[in-house]
Design a binder for this molecule. Sequence first.
Ligand code: CA2
Length: 150
Amino acid sequence: MKKILLLHGPNLNMLGKREVSIYGDTNYASLNDAIEKRGAELDLVVDIKQSNHEGELVDYIQNATGVADVIVINPGAYTHTSIAIRDALLAVGLPVIEVHMSNIYKREPFRRHSYVSDIAAGSIVGFGPDSYIMALDQAAKMGKKLPDDS
Ligand code: CA2
């Protein structure tokens, strides 16, 4: 079975508690339930981790070497700041799918740059919890030829 490391970055454990107008009212536990349900439907083994700490996220990424087949990551605010997370993703060399609940490209200017998007196989933004579900659907297909593969 294909193994997915699914990483949630800082503050994503607060979902549903505040900023409902931006991120919706799905709470963190319900989001992970939906991820696990879709993962099971797709015959994926999904290992879900969350951290508020940059170095811990780097550790999770490094530890995916030889374990995971695909990394699905919502780096949270580290999307816009973290060269360390970018370097870790490059170092492990696994396919990466970047996820955001909100559409970062129609928010504040500081959210419009991602250190992950240009090294990701693809990015899914703006669909709330469904962004993760769409990422799993794509992860399940990975290994098959993508349109921009040469
Ligand atoms: O849209 C996304 O998924 C983000 O990665 C969410 C991050 C934000 O910093 C990124 O720019 C876009 C924020 C994570 C959630 O933050 C919350 C804060 C308070 C209450 C609920 C969530």
